[in-house]
Design a protein around this ligand. Structure first.
Ligand code: HEM
Length: 442
């Protein structure tokens, strides 16, 4: 290590070990590419995020609020603990602070080697334009269609009697809706596309450290891609596939290579975000009533419901860590970061920074009055050139699901509520949330 980088603080060996045990290892065990339900349950019981949060606060105090190097299993990583550094990296050029880290490549290349997420240079520019055109357009052009499909697929999905919420059933209906919205109605029961994608995601979860089963991965990827291409060849106009056919593209774009990420993002929303948002609404009746009023109104933007969804994403982010890698020597507080320096933004820690006055309280208003959007600690969709191009679409789909459910059902906590009378837990297991459901029209 040269003189120039020595000015950036380094964690001691013990601190690096503690960070690995409290943050990196739990993240890895929970599943970076697809959540492992049993591990998610265990980590929620141990409330590992609370321990990680306390530890990062201690580091911030000890190192004067500066970002610092920590050692991990793959070498040294610059942990971004300063708000200014987070802003600088995310808002900076993606050709300097690249999204395509080695770890991301290992995790995501088994099923989306040609995706925007893993692209660089001109190819990245091309695919970014394509993704923005399809996903940005879809949030508006398909809004009514999204509502219609969700209403159809979720009609009576939780039964006609009072009962505990059957999450598996709900996810089944939601996944069918996702296939219709992404690939068209003909894909509704094409479970093979999702099952091969999921098998490949599980392989990616090892981040290249587990058993290498290249032959199996290749076979699964071929089967998944063939399924996707079949639907893209005859695209239904009222789906992402239809919008993709009309979007600007070149020989570099690889539309079929973008679809796995769209499916991953949308199924992730259904399996890990909708449940916590419903539980928050069940624990905050006044917000639930406002959200239901929007759900029952015809037309309208559902701003409050969307704010509830965003707030749920702040509290328990879908993407808990943003990695970046520096591609060229880059000035850094009077020192230089060499090319190849790995950076890590612990989103789940920052989103609950105690400097946010409402850190552990459900506060949808912060998304309505602009506080959340203006705060660089709050980055559930990332920011700058890597900002999620599907955030609007995710909001439209998420609010359509919540609206379809709130029109039909009342939800009640079965056990301690996620309510306003105590700080919300830092770690949550979306797979074993206990809610009771009562149909509104018997
Ligand atoms: C509503 C829930 C969603 C959340 C919280 C979310 C979050 C994120 C985040 C944090 C990133 C940046 C990753 C990084 O910087 O390393 C990202 C990227 C991305 N997301 Fe989303 N996302 C959501 C929904 C969606 C949906 C519905 C789609 C598409 C159907 C989508 C497509 C993408 C794509 C293509 C990228 C890659 C962007 C790039 O590399 O430039 N996302 N998302």
């Amino acid at each position: 290590m040269g003189r120039q980088t020595s000015e950036t603080p380094r964690a001691t060996g013990l601190e690096s070990l503690a960070f690995a045990l409290l943050y990196s290892l739990p993240e890895f065990a929970r599943g970076i590419v697809v959540p492992r339900p049993s591990m998610t349950r265990l980590l929620a019981r141990l409330d590992t995020q609370a321990a990680a949060q306390r530890f990062c606060l201690r580091l911030r105090v000890r190192y004067g609020g500066r970002s610092l190097y920590v050692r991990g299993p793959r070498g040294k990583v610059l942990l971004l603990l300063s708000q200014g550094d987070v802003e600088r990296v995310l808002a900076g050029s993606d050709s300097v602070f690249s999204l395509r880290t080695e770890e991301k490549w290992h995790g995501f290349s088994p099923f989306q080697p040609d995706s925007l997420l893993l692209s660089q240079g001109e190819q990245r520019g091309d695919r970014r334009r394509f993704n923005e055109a399809v996903l940005g357009g879809a949030a508006h052009v398909l809004a009514r269609r999204i509502d219609q499909v969700m209403t159809e697929e979720l009609d009576g999905i939780l039964g006609r009697r009072q009962a505990p919420v059957d999450w598996e059933r709900l996810r089944g209906g939601y996944d069918r809706a996702t296939l219709r919205l992404v690939l068209g109605d003909a894909a509704r029961d094409d479970v093979q596309v999702l099952s091969t994608l999921n098998a490949l995601r599980h392989q990616g979860n090892w981040l290249g450290l587990g058993p290498r089963r290249r032959g199996r991965a290749r076979r699964l990827r071929l089967a998944m891609t063939a399924g996707i291409e079949r639907h893209l060849e005859a695209p239904a106009g009222d789906s992402l596939a239809g919008l993709a056919a009309a979007a600007p593209q070149s020989a570099r774009t690889c539309p079929a290579g973008q679809v796995p990420h769209w499916l991953l993002a949308l199924t992730g929303l259904g399996s890990t975000v909708i449940g916590p948002t419903l539980a928050l609404l069940a624990g905050h009746p006044e917000h639930c009533e406002r959200a239901r009023a929007e759900a029952c109104a015809t037309g309208g933007e559902r701003r409050h419901l969307r704010a509830c969804l965003h707030e749920s994403l702040r509290l328990w982010p879908l993407v808990a860590t943003l990695p970046r890698v520096v591609t060229e020597p880059t000035g850094w507080h009077g020192a230089t970061l060499p090319a190849g320096t790995d950076l890590m933004i612990p989103v789940a820690v920052h989103n609950r920074n105690p400097q946010i006055g409402y850190a552990d309280a459900f506060t949808p208003q912060a998304w309505l009055d602009g506080r959340a959007a203006a705060d660089w600690w709050i980055i559930p969709f990332s920011a700058g050139p890597g900002r999620c191009p599907g955030s609007d679409l995710g909001g439209t789909v998420g609010t359509a699901v919540l609206a379809a459910l709130l029109r039909q059902y009342d939800f009640f906590p079965d056990g301690p509520a996620l309510g306003p009378d105590r700080p919300l837990p830092k770690t949550l297991d979306p797979f074993s949330l206990r809610l009771n459901v009562v149909p509104r029209i018997l």
